[in-house]
Design a protein around this ligand. Structure first.
Ligand SMILES: [Zn+2]
Ligand SMILES: [Zn+2]
Length: 388
């Protein structure tokens, strides 16, 4: 991340030079965008440089009419939606079709992706109006399509989601770090395209570049819309012939993850709170996590009477023993990080000293790449519990 963080003064100089070279219409757009970026990230005294990206076309949908989502009916009128790869969608959604309306669990990563999702639901799944929207948690990839829904739609999430969405979420660590990774990815793709000789490989990279650039443009449209209905413990909706329960089972992936539980269908949508490891390589992001409390929250998840887990990333599965695997991983990670901190080891050094290879059979190579954001987050939690 540090390589793309540059002092504001440098950005201003670069911006001035750039503005001098463009026509007036372009100036207005760039100034507006610069203002947006400064508001979004300026809080931390740094500004992300998006060299080269501003000159890209302002395309947000690179699909040329192709489907962005695949839909699979996993129970009667309950549809699992996952990205097809033609644009950046990131997270899964669930579409629940009831007698006179539809419900949508998670709203995708950008307004453009959500626009596409809604259009494809209408074309492929149902033309009933979406009256209820659920956010499993506050993260961008599950909630940044919220703005497409008016106040006539109930956007429901845990209290914590609304609190986070009202607290400058574009500058929040997770959103910021994931977004900051995109301009360097675009530059890397451009460099690869400039060097590659094979025409097929080049064509594929150009598609990848178009998808990344469109995603970057789509991010700029985001205006975070918080849930307009919140709950704190559990909530039950019985609407249009369907019962849907929302359960907060304790803090874990964030401070307010919702399990969307369909008791008749015995399906639970877990968002990023529990993604399972069907391909032996899935571990949830922990940069906003409560790793110390997560295992006991997972224990509460086991109390729900489900057969199928639909994760926010990956594919649906039914192997409950994977919950034990994640509990074991989290307990090990927490205790090793806590020990290292007690020895005076910095969070930065702890990243390379933590050894999670005993979990390799469950998570594959992922155990060798501990996310530094997870360790920083654990140290934050420890600092609160045991100030030094
Ligand atoms: Zn998340
Ligand atoms: Zn996610």
């Amino acid at each position: 991340m540090s390589s793309i963080i540059i002092q504001k003064s440098l950005v201003r100089r670069w911006l001035t030079e750039t503005l001098d070279n463009h026509n007036e219409k372009r100036n207005v757009m760039l100034k507006a965008r610069y203002g947006y970026l400064r508001r979004a990230w300026g809080v931390l005294g740094v500004v992300l440089v998006v060299t080269g990206v501003w000159s890209a076309a302002q395309e947000t949908d690179p699909t040329d009419g192709k489907a962005a989502y695949r839909f699979e009916e996993i129970a009667e009128d309950v549809w699992f939606a996952t990205g097809s790869g033609t644009m950046t969608t990131m997270s899964n959604s669930l579409v629940i079709v009831n007698d006179d309306h539809a419900m949508l669990v998670d709203t995708s990563v950008t307004p453009a992706a959500a626009r596409k999702l809604i259009a494809e639901i209408r074309a492929e799944v149902t033309d009933k109006p979406i009256h209820y929207v659920f956010n499993t948690h506050f993260h961008f990839d599950h909630a940044h399509g919220n703005q497409l829904f008016g106040d006539d739609v109930q956007i429901i999430g845990h209290d914590y989601v609304r609190v986070q969405h009202l607290a400058n979420p574009l500058a929040q660590r997770t959103n910021r770090t994931f977004s900051a990774a995109i301009p360097p990815q675009i530059e890397r793709l451009k460099a690869q395209i400039a060097e590659i000789n094979n025409a097929n490989d080049r064509a594929q990279l150009e598609v990848d570049l178009r998808v990344r650039e469109a995603h970057w443009n789509a991010i700029q449209e985001t205006v975070v819309k918080p849930p307009n209905v919140t709950y704190s413990d559990t909530m039950t909706l019985v609407k249009g012939g369907r019962e849907v329960q929302l359960h907060f089972v304790g803090r874990g992936h964030t401070g307010g993850d919702t399990m969307v539980f369909l008791p008749q269908e015995r399906i639970v949508f877990t968002g990023d709170f529990f993604v399972g490891s069907p391909n032996a390589n899935a571990l949830p992001y922990m940069g906003d996590g409560f790793v110390d409390e997560w295992p006991s929250s997972l224990q509460a998840l086991k109390g729900l009477d489900f057969d199928v887990i639909v994760p926010g990333h990956g594919t649906p599965f039914s192997d409950r023993s994977q919950i034990d695997d994640l509990q074991a991983y989290l307990r090990d990670l927490w205790s090793q990080a806590a020990d290292l901190r007690a020895q005076g080891v910095s969070a930065e050094d702890a990243v390379s000293r933590i050894d999670l290879t005993q979990h390799e059979s469950n998570y594959g190579d992922r155990v060798r790449n501990v996310d530094p954001r997870a360790i920083v987050r654990i140290y934050e939690r420890l600092q609160i519990q045991h100030p030094m």
